[in-house]
Design a protein around this ligand. Structure first.
Ligand SMILES: CC(C)(COP(=O)(O)OP(=O)(O)OC[C@H]1O[C@@H](n2cnc3c(N)ncnc32)[C@H](O)[C@@H]1OP(=O)(O)O)[C@@H](O)C(=O)NCCC(=O)NCCS
Length: 180
């Protein structure tokens, strides 16, 4: 598996490895907001400690190289404010992306910058041929981010994912990918 970059920059963002001490800032920026987690596979956090525990796992993957899920925290280059996260799940020939941004920063093209970067990095790695993601069919902002980053809709996955913030029933998704 190619080793993902420990950090990267786009025009307005710095992406870096998470630290356990980021838990409070992550909680405040996006992880405690039920409007943000509405279409995500995890429920919003109501306490810091479980988030710290999650970050411990992410940090461990970066440190040991054991595991297939790598996540970066996204900060504004100007102010260093922590505003979101993007994650990459590796399999043998591809990477699946997931991403989230604090509500105050929506609609400025920021996540498109991050997705473009990680998609380009993925497809520049010799063993990797596919970068892909899925979004709830009721999450058009996420679908649009993928389109703007050059991913193409491959179809609808029916009853594919559960959004615990909404309920326990699996919901329909659109799947998008870019290949080389
Ligand atoms: C989805 C998300 C990451 C988008 O990030 P962002 O930085 O606001 O995205 P961008 O500004 O790059 O692009 C958003 C696009 O969606 C469009 N959009 C936003 N809301 C929309 C809506 N309700 N219907 C249609 N298009 C919409 C915007 O107009 C923009 O497109 P444009 O540039 O053509 O005008 C952000 O809204 C978010 O974090 N949401 C909560 C978590 C989430 O859903 N993550 C994705 C899980 S699959």
């Amino acid at each position: 598996m190619p080793h993902p970059p420990e950090s990267f920059c786009t025009a307005r963002l710095i992406a870096r490895q998470p630290r356990v001490e980021d838990a409070e800032a992550v909680f405040t920026a996006y992880a405690s907001d039920s409007g943000v987690t509405r279409y995500l596979s995890w429920r919003y956090y109501t306490e810091i400690e479980p988030l710290r525990e999650f970050l411990r796992g992410v940090v461990q993957t970066w440190e040991t190289g054991v595991g297939r899920h790598y996540a970066w925290l996204l900060c504004l280059r100007d102010t260093e404010e922590l505003i979101g996260s993007i994650g990459a799940n590796f399999d043998v020939h591809g990477v699946m992306l997931g991403y989230v941004l604090g509500r105050r920063h929506w609609g400025q093209g920021l996540m498109t910058e991050a997705v473009r970067y990680v998609a380009a990095w993925t497809l520049a790695q010799p063993p990797l041929f596919r970068v892909w993601a899925y979004c709830d069919t009721e999450n058009p902002a996420s679908a649009r981010v993928m389109e703007k980053a050059g991913l193409v809709c491959e179809g609808r996955l029916r009853r594919w994912h559960v959004c615990p913030t909404i309920g326990s029933e699996p919901r329909d998704c659109f799947i998008y990918a870019k290949v080389r």
